[in-house]
Design a protein. Structure first.
Length: 65
C-alpha cells in the first residue's frame, strides 16, 4: 500500500500540541479591526482548540500525527 498524503492546506493551518489536542488560529484578526473591541481583539490572539467533533475530520487530513 502506498503512503497516505497529508493535506497541505490543513498542515499549514493546524498544529498538534504535546497532549494531542489540535490548535488553530482564530479567524477575524486580519482586517476591519477598528469596529472590534479591545477585549475581542485580545481574545482573537489566543489559539483556538478544536472540539472533539472536528478532531476526527482534521486528524484524517493529517495522517502523520
Amino acid at each position: 500500500m502506498p503512503k497516505i498524503k497529508t493535506k497541505r492546506s490543513a498542515a499549514k493551518r493546524f498544529k498538534v500540541t504535546g497532549s494531542g489536542k489540535i490548535m488553530f488560529r482564530k479567524p477575524g484578526k486580519s482586517h476591519i479591526l477598528t469596529k472590534k473591541s479591545r477585549k475581542r481583539k485580545r481574545n482573537l490572539r489566543k489559539p483556538g482548540i478544536l472540539s472533539d467533533a472536528m478532531m476526527k475530520q482534521i486528524k484524517r487530513m493529517l495522517p502523520g500525527i
